[in-house]
Design a protein. Structure first.
Lengths: 113, 112
């Protein structure tokens, strides 16, 4: 049981490049979400999904796309990276009926130069 | 929208108790969480409390919830240097979405 797996752990991008942060969970969780962490601002919700085929925007969705074609995977796409997207990204998942335990991945450190 | 506020910094001496405070605005909070983040690492769930509880104790950790004042605190007894980290308070804003609203994080510095 690997829990929530994020890849890559570290990435440096040039402005304008695109990339996908991968997130996978093997716990059959319905709910998955992406957060970004910036100094002094805590974690802010980017996008979330309540099940396969369903996604919705969070607090800071601009510049990011998501899809949820399977229960296990929830990739986050940056179509044209900007320096403002330099951040640490966390993926999370949970059961629908159990709000008491939300599992986080180990984070992806992204630098856009 | 919902908001969660924390003080940014707390410094204590090893062996003392630490109390980290958090306030939230959401009237329909169901679960409230405390996460710990060490430098360069991910988020570790420390403990959580359901909104119909006013206290939860787990070894050195005590969580107090004052629902009337929308105030949550985390007390760490006998604080150790290994407790130095950033502590995040989070509110499960909507239980059927898995969404969390995080505070800014409190950096706990433990001096020997």
């Amino acid at each position: 049981n690997a829990g929530v797996t994020q890849t890559p752990k570290f990435q440096v991008l040039k402005t304008g490049q695109s990339m996908t942060l991968q997130c996978a969970q093997d716990m059959n969780h319905e709910y998955m979400s992406w957060y970004r962490q910036d100094p002094g601002m805590g974690l802010r919700l980017i996008h979330y999904s309540v099940g396969a085929g369903i996604t919705d925007q969070g607090e800071v969705p601009n510049g990011y796309n998501v899809s949820r074609s399977t229960t296990e995977d929830f990739p986050l796409r940056l179509l044209s990276a900007a320096p403002s997207q330099t951040s640490v990204y966390f993926c999370a998942s949970s059961y629908s009926s159990s709000g008491n335990t939300i599992y986080f991945g180990e984070g992806s450190w992204l630098t856009v130069v | 929208g919902e908001d969660v506020e924390q003080s940014l910094f707390l410094s204590v001496r090893e062996g003392d108790s630490s109390v980290i405070n958090c306030t939230y605005t959401d009237s329909s909070s169901t679960y409230l969480y405390w996460y710990k983040q060490e430098p360069g690492a991910g988020l570790q769930l420390l403990t959580y409390i359901f909104s119909n509880m006013d206290m939860k104790q787990d070894q050195r950790l005590t969580v107090l919830l004052n629902k009337k004042d929308k105030h949550l605190s985390l007390r760490i007894a006998d604080t150790q240097t290994g407790d130095s980290a950033i502590y995040f308070c989070a509110d499960c804003a909507l239980i059927n979405t898995g969404k969390l609203i995080f505070g800014q994080g409190t950096t706990l510095q433990v001096k020997p």
